[in-house]
Ligand binder design. Structure first.
Ligand code: ADP
Length: 511
C-alpha cells in the first residue's frame, strides 16, 4: 500500500519561505515523493503561491470556513512532481508583505484566523468532506497547523495525525475570546486542552491531540523536555514523551551545491576550491568590503533576533574587529528593528570592515555562503539550524552555539595542537559576548593554519547532509501509525464529540 500523506504548512519554498520551515517542508516532501510516498502539501493561497504553483486548477470549494468561503486549487510545486493544494481566500491570504507580516513588518492582526482556516481545510480533507483523496496520515508542521489534529477528531477523520515542532517558541497564542471565530467547538473551548495561561494556544492543541509529535533534532528533542527550552510546554511534552520522536532534518543538496549553484560567481568542489576565491571576491564586492584575498571573511546570515544571538553579536563585533585587524564581516538578515539599527550603527563606524545588507535575499544568501571563510551562527536555542549546514556545503566553516541541532551536526575542531579528526567547525557554550568571542578566536587561529583549515573545509563539503536517512525514518513512522488501530492514543480532557460544523462542499471534479 502506498502511503498517502497530507502535509499542512504555512510555508513551502519556493512558493513561500521566511525561514527554515519553508525549506524543510519542500525538501522533505520531495524526498518522500522520490521514495515512493504520495505526498501533497496544503498551504495558504498567498499571491506568490498562486502565481508560481504549476498547472493550478480548482478542485473544491469550502463554504462557511472561518474567515469566509474558500476554494481549493491543486497543482504541483515548481520544478517538481510534488502536489500542492492551495487554500484560496484572497481576503485572508492575498496581501502585500510576507506570509505573516504586512509591508511595514507588523504581524497581521488576523493571523490566528488565517491559520485556523487552514487547519479546518486540512481536517475537512482528512475526513472525506471534499473530493480530494483522503490521506492516511495528516502531517501538520508548526503552530500554524496546530489545530489540525483536534479538528480532525471533531470532524470524525480516521486519518492519523503527526505534528512536527520546527520551533516551539512560536506558539500561536490568541485570546480565548477568538475561539468561536476560529471555529473551535464549544466543548473544547471549555476544557483545558487548548488553554494556555488564559489564552488559546495552537501549539498546545497540537501537543495535546496529535497521534505523534516529532521534532527536528535529537538534542532539541531532549532539550524541550526541560524548563529552559520547553517554552512553557516541557510538562506537557514530558507527559507525551512516549509519542515524541526525533527525526533530524536534512537539506536540499541540489539547491545548496557549489558544484552546480547558478547563483554564485564560480562553481567549485571539495577537491578544487579555486572557484571559492572568485566567490570571495564577489562577496566582498557585493557587500562593499575592500578586496583582500587573504583577509578572513566571517559571514552572519539569519533572522536578526535574540534567538539568533544577534544582540550578543553586536556586543562582540567591536572587540573582534579590534583584536583581528584584518577580519571582515558580511551580514545578511532582517528581524528586530532595534537589532537592525544596532548593526547599521556598527557598520557606519566600521565601513571598511563590515558589509551589511538588511533584507531577505535568496541570491545574496548563496553569495554569502559561497564567498565567506567562516559563518558565525550564535543561537540561544536551535531546533535544527539549516544555515550552518548550507555554509558547510560551500566550505565555509561554521562557528555555532552548542545547542539543539547545532550540537548534533557541528563537530568541534578543538584548538591548535589538539585538533579533532572529522571535525566540521567550532562550537561555543554560553550566551555572552565573551563566549562568542572565544569561539571566533579559536576559528581565526585555525584559519591562520591553511592545512588544518583545508582539512576542515573538506570534511564540511563531504559531510552527509541529505534527506535519505530521515525520509526513511518518516516513512517508518507513517507505516507504523497507519498499521495502528484507529483510537485516540492520548485522551486530553475533551469529552464529547460535536456534530460536524456546517461546511458545504461544492464538487469540482479534478481534471
Ligand atoms: P530559522 O528557521 O530559525 O530561521 P534556519 O537556519 O534553520 O533558521 O533557516 C533559515 C533559512 O532562512 C535558511 O534557508 C536561510 O538561508 C534563510 N534566511 C534567513 N534569513 C535570510 C535572509 N535575510 N535572506 C535570505 N535567506 C535567509
Amino acid at each position: 500500500m502506498r502511503p498517502n500523506i497530507l502535509f499542512v504548512a504555512a510555508e513551502a519554498a519556493p512558493l513561500a519561505k521566511t525561514g527554515g520551515l519553508g525549506d524543510v517542508v519542500s525538501a522533505l516532501a520531495e524526498a518522500l515523493h522520490n521514495d515512493g510516498i504520495h505526498v501533497t502539501v496544503l498551504m495558504p493561497g498567498y499571491a506568490s503561491a498562486l502565481d508560481n504553483a504549476v498547472k493550478l486548477r480548482p478542485c473544491g470549494r469550502l463554504a462557511g470556513l472561518p474567515g469566509g468561503d474558500s476554494s481549493l486549487w491543486i497543482g504541483h510545486m515548481p520544478n517538481s512532481d510534488v502536489e500542492v493544494i492551495l487554500l484560496r481566500n484572497d481576503a485572508l491570504y492575498r496581501r502585500p508583505g510576507s506570509p505573516y507580516l504586512d509591508a511595514d513588518g507588523n504581524e497581521f492582526a488576523d493571523n490566528g484566523l488565517r491559520f485556523a482556516a487552514l487547519s479546518h481545510a486540512a481536517a475537512l480533507i482528512a475526513s472525506g468532506a471534499t473530493e480530494i483523496e483522503v490521506p492516511h496520515v495528516v502531517h501538520a508542521h508548526d503552530w500554524h497547523a496546530g489545530l489540525v489534529p483536534m479538528l480532525m477528531r471533531e470532524y470524525g477523520a480516521e486519518a492519523k495525525s503527526i505534528f512536527t515542532i520546527h520551533n516551539l517558541a512560536f506558539q500561536g497564542n490568541y485570546p480565548l475570546a477568538s475561539a468561536a471565530e476560529f471555529g473551535i467547538p464549544e466543548h473544547v473551548q471549555q476544557d483545558a486542552s487548548i488553554e494556555y495561561w488564559g489564552q488559546l494556544s495552537f501549539m498546545k492543541a497540537a501537543l495535546n491531540y496529535a497521534d505523534r509529535i516529532t521534532t527536528v533534532s535529537n538534542t532539541y528533542a531532549r532539550e524541550i523536555l526541560t524548563p529552559k527550552f520547553g517554552s512553557g510546554f516541557d510538562g506537557l511534552l514530558r507527559e507525551r514523551e512516549r509519542d515524541l520522536v526525533a527525526v533530524p532534518n536534512g537539506i536540499d543538496t541540489i539547491t545548496w551545491d557549489p558544484v552546480i549553484d547558478t547563483m554564485i560567481a564560480r562553481n567549485y568542489d571539495h577537491e578544487d576550491l579555486r572557484g571559492k576565491q572568485a566567490c570571495k571576491r564577489d562577496l566582498q564586492k557585493t557587500f562593499g568590503l575592500p578586496f583582500d584575498q587573504f583577509a578572513p571573511v566571517m559571514a552572519m546570515g539569519s533572522r536578526l533576533t535574540t534567538q539568533k544571538m544577534a544582540d550578543v553579536a553586536i556586543e562582540a563585533i567591536p572587540a573582534l574587529l579590534a583584536s583581528h585587524p584584518r577580519l571582515q564581516i558580511a551580514i545578511l538578515g532582517c528581524g528586530d528593528r532595534d537589532i537592525e539599527n544596532g548593526l547599521r550603527a556598527l557598520t557606519a563606524s566600521h565601513p571598511d570592515r563590515i558589509g551589511l545588507h538588511i533584507g531577505y535575499d535568496e541570491a545574496r544568501a548563496h553569495c554569502l555562503h559561497a564567498g565567506a571563510d567562516m559563518l558565525l551562527h550564535g543561537s540561544r536555542f536551535e531546533p535544527f539550524g539549516l544555515t550552518p549546514i548550507y555554509s558547510m556545503r560551500y566550505g565555509t566553516v561554521p562557528i555555532a552555539s552548542r545547542v539543539g541541532g547545532l550540537a548534533d551536526t557541528v563537530v568541534d575542531a578543538g584548538s591548535i595542537g589538539q585538533t579533532v579528526t572529522n571535525a566540521t567547525g567550532f562550537l561555543f557554550d554560553g550566551e555572552t559576548a565573551q563566549d562568542m568571542i572565544t569561539g571566533v578566536d579559536r576559528a581565526l587561529a585555525m584559519f591562520a593554519q591553511p592545512q588544518l583549515w583545508r582539512t576542515l573545509q573538506r570534511e564540511d563539503m563531504t559531510a552527509e547532509v541529505g534527506w535519505e536517512k530521515s525520509s526513511q525514518l518518516y516513512i517508518n513512522l507513517y507505516r507504523t501509525l497507519i498499521a495502528e488501530p484507529a483510537q485516540a492514543m492520548f485522551q486530553p480532557v475533551s469529552r464529547e464529540r460535536i456534530s460536524r460544523p456546517a461546511v458545504e462542499q461544492v464538487s469540482m471534479k479534478r481534471a
